[in-house]
Design a protein around this ligand. Structure first.
Ligand SMILES: Cc1cc2nc3c(=O)[nH]c(=O)nc-3n(C[C@H](O)[C@H](O)[C@H](O)COP(=O)(O)OP(=O)(O)OC[C@H]3O[C@@H](n4cnc5c(N)ncnc54)[C@H](O)[C@@H]3O)c2cc1C
Length: 501
């Protein structure tokens, strides 16, 4: 997502762009595959603000800005009310996105006082939101000229951002004096951990406020792309090609070629070909994978230390199912398992049923499901993907995911027609990711040093190893910022004009 966002935007800016994708399908964590008429995905399933309606985008999602510039649409279906089901150890029920209806959920769970606290918390977040989102992602670039595209272009907005109390506060600060109920506090903390992998007392408030502002406003609604997350990927690829860019598949990069002045001068592919880059090389691989592609002497100790300091988040156990839906009540799109024993830094256990809202995901009368839970890499280290020991561990570790699924559809085993189980090794292999990790756990704590995105002259990094981290909007932002940094200020200014920002 980061690399394609960057590439599509660079092609729109008029650069000659080649994307080298190591896998046969573009999209990384957003790619899909089909089997027996079912469409399976890697997990990305929560979307908002993708549809820019053919006019100036009001969306806070940076992907919408890129789609608008490259003039590509992603068809979406609105996710109907009550398509989210929260599953607690004792009970489960449907909930809604949008603050009013969610207030009723809070009342049911923790009582009237908690509901009033939730509303006060919402109000506080709402008051902070204009300042927190005053700087538009498209205005960001990684050089001093960022002062021109942010402060120079919209001094009022920048001042608003500076004055906003959320800028220097951690998210839990927003709860002080508003949320006293321990259940509600834990729940908010859980949402924060699930959204960005950090507890609420370690995450900058402005980052989370934007997420809350987007998801819990009275008018908030989720949407789902027709064709799944691949539809976003395909739109970016169309935009790339339309503007003269190229996409090479099965083009795994083994090494970044470093020129005589210590600059990134191209890439060497696994098949031995070398491709030169006159302007820049952009890596969308994780920081650990990028480091492996660089000759040791070319990289500063500072960058090496930074990567060494990064703590990889867990990977996942995945269960993908195609199953018979006869006789089932309408299923929700998401089940979130709010069992404190299962929730980790890497998010809450999730069951997603895309066919509940988007019928092309499964044959008529059938459903497709992806259930996953965070899983450490360590037990899998060194195992052969087809070996006996691997098979035994896979069988053992997927039971907890099966238990989750049986909790919501008790006779699921009788309904299954297609079944695939994924492990951290699957995730690492098919997504080309170090240890199959979700991304760095401590990224937001590490600050945004220039070496993080530009470890050597001419080499830029984007994707979820760079700020602001994981999630399709965040990865796309990082790609957008690299693209903006590679063009002169007047072209960047032109893009902001074209978007009406
Ligand atoms: C289970 C799960 C659930 C998720 N849910 C959501 C969600 O609901 N909403 C949301 O917005 N986000 C979600 N995400 C996160 C989101 O999908 C990712 O953060 C985002 O897609 C990552 O994009 P990226 O560009 O950083 O990296 P990737 O998607 O990993 O892309 C990197 C690309 O680089 C390629 N590559 C790597 N190394 C090389 C090499 N050496 N040579 C050539 N190519 C190479 C890879 O093949 C891959 O295509 C979820 C992720 C997971 C795993």
């Amino acid at each position: 997502m980061g690399g394609l966002a960057c590439a599509a935007l660079l092609a729109w800016y008029g650069h000659d762009v080649l994307v080298c994708e190591g896998r046969p399908t573009p999209g990384g964590a957003a790619h899909v595959w089909r089997r027996a008429g079912y469409r399976f995905d890697c997990g990305t399933s929560l979307f908002f603000g993708l549809d820019w309606q053919g006019g100036p985008s009001q969306s806070e999602n940076p992907l919408a800005s890129i789609l608008q510039l490259i003039d590509e649409r992603v068809d979406v279906v609105p996710v109907p009310d009550a398509a989210t089901c929260l599953v607690w150890p004792e009970e489960s029920f449907r909930t809604h996105i949008g603050s009013d209806k969610f207030g009723a959920v809070v009342r049911r769970l923790w009582g009237q006082r908690a509901e009033a606290e939730w509303k006060a918390f919402q109000k506080r977040a709402e008051e902070c939101a204009p300042a927190a989102s005053a700087i538009k992602p498209m205005a960001v670039r990684f050089d001093d000229l960022v002062a021109v595209t942010t402060v120079g272009r919209s001094p009022g907005a920048f001042l608003k951002y500076l004055r906003g109390e959320a800028r220097s506060m951690v998210f839990s600060g927003l709860m002080e004096g508003t949320v006293g109920d321990p259940g509600l506090r834990d729940f908010i903390d859980l949402l924060v951990r699930g959204t960005c992998g950090l507890p609420s007392d370690e995450i900058v408030a402005s980052y989370m406020i934007q997420a809350f502002a987007q998801l819990y406003q009275p008018t908030s609604a989720l949407e789902y792309p027709v064709g799944g997350p691949q539809a976003i990927v395909n739109a970016l690829v169309r935009g790339l090609r339309k503007h003269g860019g190229r996409l090479a598949l099965n083009a795994h990069v083994d090494e970044v070629v470093v020129g005589p002045r210590g600059q990134a001068a191209g890439v060497r592919l696994r098949d031995g070909r070398t491709i030169g880059a006159s302007k820049a090389v952009v890596s969308n691989a994780s920081a650990w994978d990028t480091l492996r592609m660089l000759p040791r002497q070319a990289v500063s100790a500072k960058y090496r230390d930074r990567v060494a300091e990064m703590i990889p988040n867990n990977s996942f156990m995945h269960v993908h199912l195609g199953f018979d839906g006869s006789g089932l009540d309408p299923l929700p799109l998401h089940y979130y398992m709010f069992d404190p024993e299962l929730v980790t830094d890497a998010g809450w256990p999730t069951i997603c049923v895309p066919s509940a809202v988007e019928p092309t995901a499964a044959p008529p009368g059938k459903h497709v499901m992806h259930a996953y839970i965070s899983e450490p890499y360590a037990p899998w280290r060194g195992l052969e993907r087809r070996g006996e020991e691997y098979g035994r561990l896979k069988e053992e570790r997927c039971q907890v995911v099966w238990n989750m699924i049986e909790r919501v559809i008790p006779d699921i085993r009788d309904r299954v027609e297609v079944e695939m189980v994924g492990t951290p090794l699957t995730h690492s292999h098919f997504l080309n990711r170090f240890q199959g990790t979700y991304g760095p756990k401590n990224l937001l704590k590490m600050g945004t040093l220039p070496e993080a995105v530009c470890p050597l002259p001419g080499l830029y990094c984007c994707g979820d190893s760079t700020f602001p981290g994981a999630g399709t909007p965040a990865a796309a932002s990082s790609g957008m910022w690299v693209a903006n940094s590679l063009v002169p200020i007047w072209e960047h200014w032109g893009a902001l004009n074209a978007l009406g920002l």
